[in-house]
Design a protein around this ligand. Structure first.
Ligand SMILES: Cc1cc2nc3c(=O)[nH]c(=O)nc-3n(C[C@H](O)[C@H](O)[C@H](O)COP(=O)(O)OP(=O)(O)OC[C@H]3O[C@@H](n4cnc5c(N)ncnc54)[C@H](O)[C@@H]3O)c2cc1C
Length: 577
């Protein structure tokens, strides 16, 4: 049953309580409640996702944040590496969490990512081969919205068709597609074609998959919760923010955290909810770290400064945040079919929306990109003289390129006229690390969120090289007569120093933060969870979400987080029986 407010709950004790209904929490609640004997409560701070049309129209994804009612509306601290700018940092505050508002790109990461998770935690269960069974449970490859022949755009054997989440290639062709692929042939040394980047081999340029089925967004609600809505052993409570975990006793000398305080908003009535078996935190990379800190699990000096009594001193909580910095580079193009016109011309917008509403086809079924690519710096790059290679192995990437048939800058709005294309460049193997910490014991107060972007030589070097690579890409013959020239400040970013200043002045984030409650080996003297996702030094508490990833993967993060949630649910079930 779905409750709209914690005061409506008729029960306060469940076998499992899962806090946060995003990518991970929805999976955990849905998988645990497959066993009819287990009672589960899923607690979500945000509103219902039902009946909000823009949430379901793929092309409108970028309009869902920042600054909307579905967004937690975080803002970073002044970023020294970004010329002291602050940037908005969206996170979904709605059923489905960030999967209800994200841009839907779907992939799993590199083989090296998961093999590295296994080696740093000492748990082979996290390695690429052992995670394959969770891809089968997660991915359901379906035809693109336009039902075009996808031969040559993917390798069918690398995909699952049996999972919970609809995934497809784009059904909205763009004038860039053929040129991008032609460039992979023309400049095949530097920009090779990748026949399918989802199967763990990420390097090269391939087609972009997205969590879209029948031309419509597939979120963790559509994929996992909707089929579970009717289960009598699963309750979901919306508009319910968990503000603090309570110690309910001691087990083997460790404090047991099996109760949680939940309320609709500041000053509203508070309910105490209790898990008989385990409390599972899936509140996301910011929500989970903040909830731990509000509950007295964190760095004792930071907790004292915030006015919170320490229960478990763990300096790793809220630290080790790694993220993909993003830079939207735009060029003017000689093509009136760029998608820019859709947002300027209400008649065109309405026609596209009508087409979508009528038969779920057309531009509204697409995301911001049909092709993406992942690349390494050359082995001879000068930066490797002073920085060890931070990539997750020799087949993992340092940076990414995303090709879009419109102006996509999240910071600078599109000009009123002109046609554009974008190559968004993103840093995939960052060496900067950030943090999140609460500033007060009030769970509704804003935290200090410092991703610490671009604060190492490696990060700025790689971002500069990525911009230069994007320029080389567009110098191919395939773009002759199509690209008119760089737009905005890219025009004056030519020398390495000029490009570095341009990067620092314009970069933002791909919203892929990870690692604020990182997992580490069982006896490690750092980290927040063990490889079985149990919180170190406490009883009854697990974390299953993006915060446990020790390194941000070679992927847009929802795919890897769905996979860790599938495994997390399995680990919980194993302990239950
Ligand atoms: C704008 C944007 C675009 C993105 N685009 C892509 C993309 O194209 N492809 C991709 O792979 N990834 C993308 N991502 C990232 C991806 O969506 C996230 O990495 C992923 O959803 C994180 O999963 P999670 O379960 O850790 O957290 P979330 O999905 O964020 O879920 C956390 C949930 O917990 C709830 N919550 C938090 N605190 C509390 C609390 N105290 N009490 C109760 N509930 C709480 C939140 O409201 C939310 O529902 C994007 C993210 C954003 C914000």
């Amino acid at each position: 049953k779905i409750y709209n407010n914690p005061t409506e709950l008729t029960k306060t004790t469940y076998d499992y309580i899962v806090v946060g209904a995003g990518a991970a929490g929805a999976v955990v609640a849905a998988r645990l409640s497959e066993d009819k004997k287990i009672s589960v409560l899923l607690v979500e701070a945000g509103i219902s996702d039902q009946g909000i049309v823009p949430l379901t129209v793929p092309f409108l994804g970028p309009s869902l944040s920042p600054g909307t009612p579905f967004d937690w509306n975080f803002t970073t601290t002044n970023q020294a590496g970004y010329l002291n700018r602050t940037i908005p940092y969206p996170r979904g505050k709605i059923l489905g969490g960030s999967t209800s508002i994200n841009f839907m790109a779907y992939m799993h990461g590199s083989i090296g990512d998961f093999d590295r998770y296994a080696s740093v935690t000492g748990d082979s269960g996290w390695n690429w081969n052992n995670m394959q069974k969770y891809i089968k449970k997660n991915e359901k490859l379906v035809p693109p919205a336009d039902h075009h022949d996808t031969t040559g755009e993917l390798i069918p054997s690398l995909h699952s068709t049996t999972g919970a989440l609809s995934v497809s290639l784009s059904g909205s062709p763009s004038p860039l597609d053929a040129r991008v692929i032609a460039t992979t042939k023309e400049l095949s040394n530097e920009f090779p074609f990748n026949p399918d980047g989802v199967g763990g081999n990420v390097l090269g340029i391939g087609y972009n998959f997205a969590t879209i089925g029948n031309g419509t967004r597939c979120s963790s609600v559509t994929g996992y919760l909707t089929p579970a809505f009717g289960r009598s052993n699963l309750d979901i409570v919306l508009n319910a923010q968990a503000t603090k975990l309570l110690v309910t006793g001691k087990v083997k000398g460790l404090p047991s955290f099996k109760s949680v305080l939940v309320t609709e908003k500041e000053g509203a009535p508070v309910r105490t909810l209790t898990a008989k078996n385990e409390m599972v935190l899936s509140a996301g990379v910011f929500g989970t770290a903040m909830l731990l800190q509000h509950s007295g699990i964190g760095d004792r000096d930071e907790l004292r400064a915030a006015g919170v009594a320490t229960v478990v001193h763990n300096p790793s909580v809220g630290k080790n945040m790694s993220d993909h910095a993003l830079l939207a580079n735009m060029w003017s193009v000689n093509n009136s079919n760029s998608f820019d016109a859709i947002f300027r011309n209400p008649n065109l917008f309405n026609a596209d929306m009508n087409q979508w509403a009528t038969n779920k086809t057309g531009p509204m079924t697409g995301t911001v990109a049909n092709n993406i690519g992942w690349f390494r710096l050359p082995k001879t790059a000068s930066i490797f003289k002073k920085t060890p290679d931070p990539a997750a192995g020799p087949k993992s990437s340092h940076y990414e390129m995303i090709f879009s048939n419109l102006w996509v800058d999240p910071i600078i709005p599109a000009p009123a006229t002109g046609n554009f294309m974008s190559i968004t460049t993103a840093l995939i193997s960052p060496t900067s690390r950030g943090s999140i910490k609460i500033m007060s014991s009030n769970a509704f107060a804003k935290p200090l969120l410092n991703p610490n972007f671009m604060t190492t030589d490696f990060d700025i070097f790689t971002m500069v090289e990525a911009v230069k690579a994007a320029k080389r890409f567009l110098a191919a013959k395939a773009w002759k007569g199509y690209v008119l020239g760089p737009a905005g400040d890219l025009k004056t970013a030519n020398t390495d120093d000029e490009i570095a200043t341009y990067v620092r002045g314009h970069a933002a984030t791909v919203w892929h933060a990870a690692g604020t409650a990182m997992m580490s080996a069982k006896n490690a003297n750092y980290g927040v969870v063990d490889p079985d996702l149990k919180v170190k030094g406490v009883d009854g508490l697990r974390i299953v979400d993006g915060s446990i990833l020790p390194f941000v993967p070679n992927a847009h993060t929802q795919g890897p987080i769905y996979l860790i949630a599938e495994r997390g649910a399995d680990l919980i079930k194993q302990d239950c029986h």
